[in-house]
Write a protein that binds this ligand. Sequence first.
Ligand SMILES: *[C@@H]1O[C@H](CO)[C@@H](O)[C@H](O)[C@H]1NC(C)=O
Ligand SMILES: *[C@@H]1O[C@H](CO)[C@@H](O)[C@H](O)[C@H]1NC(C)=O
Ligand SMILES: *[C@@H]1O[C@H](CO)[C@@H](O)[C@H](O)[C@H]1NC(C)=O
Ligand SMILES: *[C@@H]1O[C@H](CO)[C@@H](O)[C@H](O)[C@H]1NC(C)=O
Length: 958
Amino acid sequence: MDAPAPTRGPASFLTQANALLRKNLCFQKRNLKTNIGITLFPVLLCVILVVLQGVIDRELDKPKYRCGCVCVDPGPAAVGDACRRTECGVQHSTLDQVGSCPIPNPTPWPALVQVPRPESRAVRTAGQPFDGLPDPTCRDTGSCPAAVLVTGSNRSLAQSLSVGLFPASTSSLNLTDYLDALSKIVAGSDTWPWTTELIESAFIPGNNLYLVQPRCLSNLTQTVSSNAGAIPLQLNIDCVQGLPLWRESASVVNDELFKGYRQNGGGSGGGKTNEFVAGYDFLNTNTNGLEMNIWYNSTYNNNTAYVPISLLRVPRLVNAASNEYIKFLKGSGVEMFLQYVKEMPKVGTKLKFDLSSLLGALFFTWIVELLFPVILTYLVYEKQQKLKIMMKMHGLKDGPYWLISYAYFFALSATYMILFVIFGSLIGLDFFRKNAYSIQFVFYFIYINLQISLAFLVSSFFSSVKIATVVGYIYVFGSGLLGEFLLRFFVEDTGFPKGWVVVMEIIPGFSLYRGLYEFGQYASAGNSMGTTGMKWSNLDDSLNGMRVVLIIMVVEWAIVLPLAFYVDQVSPLGGGFRKNPFFFLGCFKKSPLSLRRYSFGRQGSKVVVEMDNPDAVQEREVVEQLLLEPIANQAILSDNLKKVYHGKDGNPDKLAVRGLSLAIPKGQCFGMLGPNGAGKTSFISMMIGLIPPTSGTAYVHGMDIKTNMDAIYTTMGVCPQHDLLWETLTGREHVMFYGRLKNLKGTELLKAVDDSLKSVNLFHGGVGDKQVGKYSGGMKRRLSVAISLIGDPKVVFMDEPSTGLDPASRNNLWCVVKEAKKNRAIILTTHSMEEAEVLCDRLGIFVDGGFQCLGNPKELKARYGGTYVLTMTTPSENEQEVEQLVHRLSPNASRIYHISGTQKFELPKQEVKVADVFHAVESAKRRFSIYAWGLVDTTLEDVFIKVAKGAQAFSVVA
Ligand SMILES: *[C@@H]1O[C@H](CO)[C@@H](O)[C@H](O)[C@H]1NC(C)=O
Ligand SMILES: *[C@@H]1O[C@H](CO)[C@@H](O)[C@H](O)[C@H]1NC(C)=O
Ligand SMILES: *[C@@H]1O[C@H](CO)[C@@H](O)[C@H](O)[C@H]1NC(C)=O
Ligand SMILES: *[C@@H]1O[C@H](CO)[C@@H](O)[C@H](O)[C@H]1NC(C)=O
């Protein structure tokens, strides 16, 4: 293989973006089912809404809810059921039906006051010891008076006005013209009124009509049947005494009304409520003008349901006072009558219940937000599986990653929303059809952008998919529910400061809710009034929160997106090398680092390393020498690299790598051997930028791993210990992707990919075109090696590349690595001594955070293994003789192993000749029986065990 063309620089932004895009397209193509499922979800929900709406519509269309009709002219019996004339209207309707009747000419009703029910009328109690209240015994007979509290600045005037508030009726009431009759006196009711006056609830048969009188005469109690317009009436007319009570000031009135309110906790047990008809404050009323305040009870209810009675029971209260005032001014001959109150006419309506507008805000908030956990999960997945850092290690810059991921999520969200709106409109949901599509477009456009940015930001804080998913869904459902039950409440409460609503809307879920809520409101208003929903001009409406929401979301988007990028760069969980929080300042002090970098590579004085061994010291000196040279052609130069894991909960700090110095020139394969937990992985992790070094640094082709990792990544290949692969992509797609990242193009790329697949034996039989999920462990391993070598990286890290391979594949792989090391430096960790011997030009045995020895395999064997090992198995009674025999051969031999007749001896090489051993054994065979024997040269394995043991013994002593 000849040297690669030096022209190929690092891949440009667009090349990387293209690579990632193609990979993602492949990935999403395999993921098609899930994607379709996601995008069809809103369609499904719309269908459910439509079905429910249909059920409701059918129910509402039943005669029960339509204006009542009766047959007024049945026609001749012969014709059967046919009816000549039916009449529809309020008079033929039940209460459920009335709402939908046309009312061209509403019935006038007398204005009434709200009279407390007999058992609730104010009496004297321990909690209400105010003047003039009746004794509680009146409650037994139901004859308690209805009290009115009166105050004002001129007591005599106020009292004289209050006395005449309830004019006495003539002895018997002529109800033929009940409007006129009831306008001259004050009548009241204890039933709760409806919000409209189409029918006055007090006149529904069975309810009481009270005549509020100065004094009750027994003959006023009667039952009268009459007709109000077309509506038949049957009235229980009862008398109640109206009792005006003077109070010193408005605050006394307030206090008394307050104390009467559900006194002692209300309910049945303790006290009853102590209710009043009303409170009057005549303020500064004098001969020049009438001024007054009226307290009325708007929460009147019947103990099961609070019904706001609006102001329907107020006109009579005002009229009673005004009437009295005019009499006071002009004398009793002048009177002021309030004849009746009357609704405006209305057309017949069909009872409608637009589910989508009503449930809309909550449901649609959920639907739109549902993409949030999907995006979040995807982002965290790539991080959790270390796929992101894997791509980064092969040169993918953050820019293209963000661009392509963002674009993909945007495309997904946009499709989702477009389908949602189009489908919702097609099936006729007013929520979509009534409101201007341009506003909807702008609103959803901004929101999905904000949501994607938010997902990016939030993903920086998670490293586990499970937790991210759970949190994501909690956010979705939580913000929807809180929006429905909290935000909505505040929005509809006109007294609530609008500023706080805006503050709440800073949470994106709430701003979404508010926007959808406004759409729903406008749609349902447009629905019931037959107009269109929200238009751009409606943004100026004072109650319309849409404009504020749009502004909030745009501003947030502009803040969250850069913030997410920033946090991703500095977050320790960012799945990569943490940058200084002020890394962006670096742009301003850019200096040509290339040559100066070594000058500050050495930090201060020489570090004293405890218990160093000669090899490590020597290597350190080499490194120091190399660092002084301006241009080092060393591929990897590690300068006193240290990693300390700080102990938690009182545990001592753990020194994972203690001041490691190492120089590896181009063309060398360096093998790192060492027992588990020796710190090899920490070292590699530092070199590939997964964790930052505690002190010291390393240079890869002159670039500092502390500051220049991004540049290093473009010339680096990594074969991680655990395969970091996308299960649904094929082997070829993987290699293609990483090849593109390394700026391979066109035919060069195709050739490199083919070569690469061939070299790891994944080419033939279409194996390379199978999805990685179907690969065996060994195939994945080989693919990982192929990935690490694609695009001719200058430095390759391989973490146990041949684990789990069958011998044939392993040999194959070794050939690949041997071929590959010609042009680059390779650092390889392994537990296979055979592999180390075959592949590595130099070995380091790494124990307890530092190298115990360095050298090429032969050297090491010679140094640590200057012995032969003689193994001999005899009957156990001959053990003594064997030992003597060995000592004759080699006086310094030592027995290293011994069990029931089998013994192992180490014989120093300089003392024995192999031929002598054979002779001695031959002659010994004649004297006693030898079952088996053998003589072996030291292996690397022996060296390893020896070094590892020695180091451990040493560290125990130290
Ligand atoms: C209170 O009103 C009465 C009746 O109009 C008037 O004669 C009297 O002067 C007023 N008192 C005060 C203090 O204004
Ligand atoms: C009631 O009033 C109507 C007309 O206003 C009158 O025709 C009728 O005679 C009166 N009935 C009695 C009992 O006064
Ligand atoms: C107003 O009406 C409600 C419901 O009947 C009652 O509980 C409450 O005590 C009343 N308030 C006053 C001040 O009378
Ligand atoms: C209260 O009003 C509701 C609504 O009309 C009615 O169903 C209920 O029976 C009433 N309860 C009492 C105690 O009057």
